[in-house]
Design a protein around this ligand. Structure first.
Ligand code: CA
Length: 226
């Protein structure tokens, strides 16, 4: 069972979040102090959700401490103030991603799934995916619609892989830019629209009446499960 450590001292956040993570099928351990989080993290967890504003030890120090203890599990940081989005500091401290409060539960859960899948893929899980007649082999970097192999560029392939992985859920433009282009959304997202449109063409999809990739206006894209 996937173990998730939730380090958050505000019960108004910790309780509903722990319930939501539990509903996703994770085994959730909640700690309300930095020291408690460090202790649980080193006992072996698959993912850490870490509030930066813990009462005893600063969250970034908690993150550094668990990294120096040799914990390699992904760390998703929760931060209260947008101007505290010290992405750089957070990543320096060894965090993998962050969400600013207040966050949408669905978005946080999507980030959690993405981080766990990334970890799982490294651990050698199957890289074969099939959704709605579209098949993708992550190791061979090949993709098919039915029996027809698609000729995809590297970015089109990465884009399809992320959309398939999250099939049925919307993937935000922000998340696609980070995962596929390894950059934040403030760089031009026209690139994203162009690639989505090329990918649709190759899939034989129609943007106005999509079978595979739906546009969720102002948010992102969703690969339809059926
Ligand atoms: Ca806090």
């Amino acid at each position: 069972m996937t173990r998730v450590l939730l380090a958050e001292d505000d019960p108004a956040i910790a309780e509903p979040l722990a319930r939501a993570l539990g509903r996703e099928g994770y085994d959730v351990e909640v700690r309300d102090t930095g020291q408690g989080a460090i202790d649980v993290a080193s006992s072996g967890v698959d993912l850490v959700v870490l509030d930066l504003g813990l009462p005893d030890i600063d969250g970034l120090d908690v993150c550094r401490r668990i990294r120096s203890d040799g914990v390699t599990a992904p760390v998703l940081v929760l931060t209260a103030r947008a101007d505290e989005v010290d992405t750089v500091v957070g990543l320096d401290a060894g965090a993998d991603d962050y969400v600013t409060k207040p966050f949408r539960l669905a978005e946080l859960l999507a980030r959690v799934r993405a981080l766990l899948r990334r970890g799982g893929a490294e651990a050698g899980e199957s890289s074969l995916t099939e959704v709605h007649g579209v098949r993708l082999d992550g190791d061979a970097r090949r993709a098919w619609v039915g029996d027809t192999e698609l000729q995809l560029t590297a970015k089109e392939f990465d884009l399809l892989r992320v959309l398939l992985r999250e099939a049925g859920s919307v993937v935000t433009r922000d998340e696609l830019m980070r995962e596929v282009w390894d950059t934040e959304w403030w760089t031009s997202t026209k690139t994203l629209d162009m690639h989505v449109s090329w990918l649709r063409r190759k899939l034989g999809d129609d943007a106005t009446n999509p079978r595979f990739i739906s546009t969720v206006r102002g948010v992102g894209f969703r690969f339809e499960r059926e």
